[in-house]
Design a protein around this ligand. Structure first.
Ligand code: ZN
Length: 417
């Protein structure tokens, strides 16, 4: 089996430890090693340790010279809406002029506008639009990417989006994790009628979830649980059906107003509760006592022009596991730059560098049920690595907005150079 030896890194950031979400003091341990080498055998990490020792044990390995840069686990972005048609730049100026997100949505913009657009496009078109966008995400060091459906909102269009993700998985070396988000919004045609809302929940539960599960098109089901979108009761009904169909559970929870979403995520044992900028005290307590990862998306609040951010420090101090993600999407977070989100984690969420690094690797992996597979440079883990053109890991959030990823690998295969 082919062996590759990564030598001469200024720092190797291992994030090594238990294969599960980190909490509390564990979040402050990113595993910064100097003079370390990483041996990759086939698609796996075989060894991490002092350079001389590893070199002696693998004399014939192909050498990858890290050139005094920082080598770390590839970044795990556990929340994106990366499949879409046209961008929605016009809404940015509307928000600047004082129209808020919910008002734009009520006027047929926002998610509805992406839905009308995606419904008109073929799977081939969606694949062609997504490929260069996903390559851009990869060029910033992202190696694992969760991708949601949710701009179809009809059986056929949701399946089209999930099949698009499956095709992209075969075309790109990045690791894609598909999530079914038929409950992203109540479609406009259903909102227009009194019974429409109830009927749409029935379509999700009786048609979409069984079809998605039988084709094996998604690992998770997700619901936008928010006052004005799906209620806590509707969310519980949809996610209970999803769990019975064998899907893992995620929630968009408490983004703009507290609505009991975090509490529901904990109750259902969801793998993650995402957004949480408006989480309540009882929501914080619920996540602290649950396996559910609190996934924070500070880029979204920044781009929406909000001054409030999720209470990251309170979540950490309470004992919750936090992850960071980009929320890459055409309306509220069009950045492909995941390291920029780590900058926001430090400057807006008041996290330490080690905390944002662990939140974007180990805990991102845990938010996708992949904590035993990616997110660490440790023996047995997938050979998913990113090499950054910096000498100290603290430079990742420091050079904000810059692209410092030099090369990356997934399962030992080069993704970006
Ligand atoms: Zn989202």
């Amino acid at each position: 089996m082919s062996e590759r030896l990564f030598l001469h890194a200024a720092q190797v950031i291992t994030c090594a430890g238990a294969p599960r979400a980190r909490r509390g003091a564990e979040l402050r341990e990113a595993g910064v090693e100097r003079g370390a080498a990483v041996l990759v055998r086939g698609d796996r990490i075989a060894a991490v340790g002092p350079q001389e020792v590893i070199l002696r044990g693998a004399p014939d390995a192909e050498i990858v010279d890290c050139g005094g840069r920082v080598l770390m686990p590839g970044l795990v972005d556990s929340h994106t809406h990366a499949i879409f048609g046209k961008p929605r730049y016009e809404e940015q100026e509307m928000r600047a002029a004082g129209h808020d997100y919910m008002a734009i949505a009520a006027a047929g913009g926002g998610i509805h506008s992406s839905v009308r657009d995606v419904r008109q496009r073929s799977e081939d078109e969606l694949v062609a639009l997504a490929l260069p966008r996903l390559r851009r995400l990869a060029s910033h060091g992202t190696t694992t990417l969760e991708v949601k459906s949710g701009y179809g909102l009809s059986l056929d269009d949701e399946l089209k989006m999930l099949r698009t993700i499956r095709r992209l998985s075969a075309l790109l070396p990045m690791r894609l994790v598909p999530t079914f988000l038929g409950a992203h919004e109540i479609p406009q045609e259903a909102r227009a009628r009194t019974e429409g809302r109830r009927e749409y929940v029935d379509v999700i539960v009786r048609q979409m979830i069984p079809a998605v599960a039988s084709e094996g098109l998604a690992s998770f089901a997700d619901v936008f649980c928010e006052p004005g979108v799906f209620t806590v009761d509707e969310t519980r009904e949809i996610l209970t059906a999803a769990r019975q169909a064998g899907l893992g559970l995620k929630l968009h929870a408490d983004e703009l107003r507290p609505g009991g979403g975090a509490e529901l995520a904990a109750e259902l044992g969801a793998v993650s509760a995402d957004h949480l900028a408006a989480i309540s005290e009882s929501g914080i307590r619920a996540l602290a006592g649950a396996s559910t990862v609190a996934t924070l998306l500070p880029g979204t609040m920044l781009f929406l022009g909000k001054t409030r951010q999720a209470p990251a420090r309170e979540l950490v101090e309470a004992g919750a596991a936090i992850a960071l993600a980009s929320d890459f999407n055409p309306g509220t977070s069009p950045t492909p730059n995941f390291p920029l989100v780590l900058t926001l984690g430090v400057s807006q969420l008041h996290l330490s560098v080690a905390e944002v690094v662990v939140a974007a690797t180990v805990n991102g992996a845990a938010a996708l049920g992949l904590a035993g597979e990616v997110g660490q440079l440790a023996p047995g883990f997938s050979a998913d690595l990113a090499l950054f053109d910096i000498e100290d890991v603290r430079e990742i959030p420091y050079w904000y907005g810059d692209r410092r990823c030099h090369r990356s690998w997934v399962r030992g295969n080069e993704v970006h150079h």
